[in-house]
Design a protein around this ligand. Sequence first.
Ligand code: SF4
Length: 113
Amino acid sequence: MAMADARQLPGPSFDTWAWQLVGACRDQDSELFFHPEGERGSRASSREAAAKAICAGCPVLAECAAHALSVHEPYGVWGGMSERDREEIFVGERRPAAAARAVFASPVAVAVG
Ligand code: SF4
């Protein structure tokens, strides 16, 4: 089971977490932001779109998105991003490093460089 990276979580400072008190989702049903077991297809897309629409008008969208990315939140819509949206960002961040390792590990790169 995936979990947020607790080492990346900020300490228990009110200032650090205060943005959550004014999130537009505060009075919304959390099931709109976190998928039920086994949800797929158009039902998942519709729920995520509805959650993202709420995020779009949220005054702390930037803070929420930064938090979700910094701790690798594995579940739910955060900062206007779904789990899949965040995973695509993380995969994109890993690609340059993976590509660099592949280049430096190849015999051609060693011979040239
Ligand atoms: S950006 Fe979305 S998930 Fe984050 S606090 Fe605002 S409404 Fe909630």
